[in-house]
Design a protein around this ligand. Structure first.
Ligand SMILES: [Fe+2]
Length: 225
């Protein structure tokens, strides 16, 4: 062992743990390419088909879902602002009344037969994505203690072996102030509130911009970290 290299923390006279943990060789930087775990998604599954990013109706020609139609768009980039292309984004949100189309949702709010509330889209060459959905309702997440969740859209990103899950919130939502999940974000919470724009599509209430940063100081918070 090269005892001249690296730090050596003494623990006790009979304890060799420190020596065993001291590097024997100089450290070297792992090449950047090998450090990037978030790379374009490669899958045997079919890529999203046209229309999978439109949650406002179940299929072309079917009736519109109830509620306000909204656009959600943004850019996915790494810590240096480089676009992340080909990331598979999955989205899901509650319906207008705050109810998920899921067997485990105990809410007594109505289901909408024209709204499933799940969709997929792949980021393009500029790292950009766009989808259309119904503005979700807030919901009573903990009836036992009367805790509501603010309106939000869940998002999952798949890239390489990594899956990142986050939530987008809506500006001006009073419930944000009382939401533990949002509160825990601290100052980073602001980055998780979408920016509201006017939609240039007829019949749409608004276009919300939500950019996602993977890694670095301005990283989007991912629930599975
Ligand atoms: Fe939710």
């Amino acid at each position: 062992m090269n005892k001249n290299f690296g730090r050596k923390l003494e623990i006790g006279p009979t304890d060799r743990t420190s020596e065993q943990r001291t590097p024997e060789s100089p450290l070297f930087l792992i090449p950047e390419a090998a450090r990037e775990s978030f790379v374009p998604y490669v899958t045997d599954l079919p890529v999203p088909r046209a229309g999978e990013n439109d949650l406002t109706r179940i299929a072309p020609g079917r009736p519109l879902a109830e509620g306000d139609r909204i656009e959600v768009f943004g850019r996915i980039c790494d810590e240096r602002g480089r676009p992340i292309r080909g990331a598979l984004m999955e989205i899901w949100n509650a319906n207008k009344w705050g109810r998920y189309t899921h067997v485990d949702d105990p809410a007594r709010q109505p289901l909408d037969p024209n709204f499933i509330g799940i969709g997929r889209v792949m980021s393009d060459d500029n790292g950009e994505y766009r989808f259309w959905t119904i503005e979700p309702g807030a919901y009573l997440a903990r009836p036992d203690i009367g805790r509501w969740r603010p309106k939000h859209v869940h998002m999952s990103l798949l890239g390489g072996s990594a899956r990142l899950v986050t939530q987008m919130y809506f500006p001006g939502d009073e419930l944000l102030k009382k939401d533990p999940s949002f509160y825990l974000l601290g100052d980073a919470g602001e980055r998780h509130i979408a920016v509201e724009n006017k939609s240039d599509q007829e019949g749409f209430k608004a276009a919300y911009q939500f950019n996602i940063v993977v890694g670095g100081r301005n990283a989007t918070y991912f629930e599975n970290e």
